[in-house]
Design a protein. Sequence first.
Length: 276
Amino acid sequence: MKKHCTISLSGGMDSSTLLLRCLKEYDTVTAISFDYGQKHKVELERAQELVDYLNSNSETHDGVSGNKHNFEPITYQTIKLDGLSQLLNSSLVEGGEEVPEGHYEEDNQRQTVVPNRNKIFSSIIQAIALSIVGRTGENTDIALGIHAGDFGVYPDCRQEWRDADDHTFRIGNWDSESVSSFTPYLHGDKFDILKDGEVLCTELGLDFDEVYKRTNTSYKPYPSGNSDYKSASSVERVEAFIKLGRPDPVIYEDEEGTASWGKVVNHVQKVLTEHS
């Protein structure tokens, strides 16, 4: 196994699966979430719930905990970027326009782009990774859950952006040669990520539903914390679960109350058919 990894953990399905992958491949994992004034702040609650669940199932440092699974507890912190949402133009932040519904490849989904978001997050993650190198004298990796399914709408999820960001990091910092990138899903989509999550849950001895009910992909969650199923982010997630052949363990909701999985699937299949 490799030594250290620092991961940007949003609380969504992609980065949560990436967290499992990091637990499988690294000795120690530091997970960082960001509160940037996003409307779907429930994702931060889910991230904390998932970390708590995983840590309760991890091997303690002294190896005495009854020890369920062979990974070290996660170091976790949420960083507040106070006031940032007031300066950003995006439907995802407080004060922004209504989050659009529909298919995730439609042009209106550009409203959900948060300007330079991944660069902001990446810069902080890079600084933390370099600090780990400075404290330990050992190499560390930076893990990001960017994937090909987001290329069309989010330019900062593409290979070109990743390469350019890595270049500026290396010319702007001492010891940058001790930090590497880990982006295992860069050329996959949400279904590929979910498939990997299913395998990882088995390999780590974790309950798949317990893991994924502690994630949020919805950009329009209800006050209850339940997910909508009409925003593009939810459509993409539901499509992945349909392909996997198992129901999503999160609770979905609409104007009429809690929505059955069958109702959710019917809506998403209709959206996919209309888009094809």
